[in-house]
Design a protein around this ligand. Structure first.
Ligand code: BES
Ligand code: MN
Ligand code: ZN
Length: 500
């Protein structure tokens, strides 16, 4: 998908399709009003027939409008201007892209309605167009022989802007949006790949391939022997049940001052989670191929930082393993000693995410981090608490939590803060080790975060539970690439604040 910007005479611009954003129940304004003048009032005449009824996302296709060079005009209804929220705006754009995919157009010019939703500036509006166009045209084909592409998929979209004065912020939005779309797509593709292809070794290879592309990025892959040397017995205990060797993937991007402390992102890279001896039920178990989505989002964000040459130092750490039942697998009641020296009683082998993360989080101390953010499909309980709309955010640091919430709002990739109070800590006490890896059904997402908190005491830290948001199920089954948007925005804000 190639997105570009365009200004100037729209009526005389030849294109297979001109998409005009309108508020159908209101007088034509902006580009739509200009096309009406160019067609000597023909657009308004068609308009008055009332085929667009004010439902956001409805479209109407017109052919051969006199005075307008475009072969087709696709009117897209943004609903009522007063009610057009950010969410509605995004939904409507998604519908427009879907409609374009059905046409035999291939390329299009898009003119947004003159009035943007409240609180949405041009930068964010343009970035949304770029990322939603990429999302709407992404298709997973890697393991399909019948690739069933649309007859003429949309490959080029030019966004028309009324004034040259808007160009500067629009260009920045285009640059950011293009990089963000590519990083999100990387995360989606890795998420969607089946577990027999996307193994820990495969993830490590993808990280190494990224380092080939960008001079500022280096990648180190630690194998089981190196992890054993470091005492990462919690991580290794999970991997023992699998024939696939575990990997600790460490990505190091240096775009900031030599002495600037790095931002560190840690992503759960569990390439298939069967639960281990505490085996999961068969229903929907296939979706546990998505249990590496946190790791995939870290790779995606690293790619964005490299592509934009962000002025900061950024480290990605992806502990990667499978979790399978086996004669050598973790058993309920086993006690393992983590890299931190703290012992853990493995009461449920399906709570493996925290076991691989705790050693990765201890490993992060060596980077003297500015901040550490981990991203993990950690608990089904988080899905119950927040559904599939919000990432669960946990942090003992109010300022950091506020920054992450704001970044999510700005990016349209929202999180919601959950408590991390001491009160919950006692749920993971046990008679047989320093802590248990599960704390019962009550507040399951919180006790998982409490577990991680015991390994992150020496630096600023936040935990993102993306179990609900990382993929969609049912007919729309597929990775969302979240929270690459939130994390990218967090980094952009971090750089803008001169903290890079
Ligand atoms: N990867 C799962 C969490 C998960 C489950 C994400 C369903 C998305 C949908 C994680 O490893 C897990 O199995 N967690 C257990 C923890 C429990 C045993 C305390 C869970 O949530 O059931
Ligand atoms: Mn599990
Ligand atoms: Zn898991």
């Amino acid at each position: 998908m190639n997105c570009t910007l365009l200004t100037g005479d729209l009526a005389n611009h030849a294109t297979p399709c001109l998409v005009l954003g309108v508020f159908a129940q209101e007088p034509l304004t902006g580009a739509a009003a200009a096309m009406d003048r160019a067609s000597s009032g023909q657009l308004a005449a068609l308009w008055q027939k009332g085929d667009l009824s004010g439902d956001a996302g409805r479209t109407l296709l017109l052919y051969a409008l006199p005075g307008v060079a475009a072969e087709r005009i696709l009117l897209i209804d943004f609903g009522k201007s007063a009610e057009c929220t950010r969410a509605k705006y995004r939904k409507t754009l998604t519908a427009a892209i879907a409609a374009l995919q059905q046409l035999h157009a291939g390329a299009a010019v898009l003119a947004l309605p003159e009035q943007l939703p409240e609180g949405l500036d041009l930068y964010a509006a343009v970035r949304d167009v770029v990322t939603l166009a990429a999302a709407g045209t992404y298709r997973y084909t890697r393991t399909k022989t019948d690739k069933k592409a649309p007859k003429m998929p949309l490959t080029a979209l030019a966004l028309w802007l009324a004034a040259d004065a808007e160009m500067r912020s629009a260009e920045l939005a285009l640059t950011h949006g293009t990089a963000l779309a590519a990083g999100t797509q990387l995360a989606k593709e890795l998420g969607n790949l089946p577990g027999n292809i996307c193994t820990p070794t495969y993830l490590a290879e993808q990280a190494l391939a990224l380092a080939e592309q960008f001079a500022a990025l280096t990648v180190d892959v630690l194998d089981a022997a190196a992890m054993a040397e470091l005492g990462m017995n919690a991580l290794l205990s999970v991997a023992r049940g699998s024939r696939q060797p575990p990997k600790l993937i460490v990505l190091n991007y240096r775009g900031g001052a030599a002495d600037a402390k790095p931002v560190v992102l840690v992503g759960k890279g569990l390439t298939f989670d069967a639960g281990g001896i505490s085996l999961k039920p068969a229903n929907e178990m296939d979706e546990m191929k998505y249990d590496m989505s946190g790791g995939a989002s870290v790779l995606g964000v690293m790619q964005v930082a490299c592509a934009l040459q962000l002025p900061l130092n950024l480290i990605g750490v992806v502990p990667s393993s499978e979790n399978l039942p086996d004669g050598d697998a973790n058993k309920p009641g086993d006690v393992v000693t983590s890299m931190s020296g703290q012992t853990i009683e493995v009461l449920n082998t399906d709570a493996e995410g925290r076991l691989i993360l705790c050693d990765a989080l201890t490993y992060c101390q060596r980077f003297d981090p500015e901040v550490v953010i981990d991203v993990a499909t950690l608990t089904g309980a988080c899905v119950i608490a927040l559904g599939k709309h919000a990432t669960g955010l946990f942090s003992p640091d109010d300022a950091l939590a506020a920054e992450l919430l704001a970044a999510g709002d700005r990016a349209g990739d929202r999180a919601w803060r959950m408590p991390l109070w001491e009160d919950y800590q006692q749920q993971i006490d046990t008679n047989f080790a320093d802590m248990a890896n599960v704390g019962g059904r009550e507040g399951g997402a919180i006790t998982a975060a409490c577990f991680l908190a015991r390994f992150t005491k020496t630096y600023r830290w936040a935990h993102l539970d993306i179990a609900g948001v990382a993929w969609l199920s049912g007919k729309e089954k597929g990775s969302t690439g979240r929270p690459v948007g939130l994390l990218t925005q967090f980094l952009l804000n971090h750089c803008a604040n001169g903290a890079g």
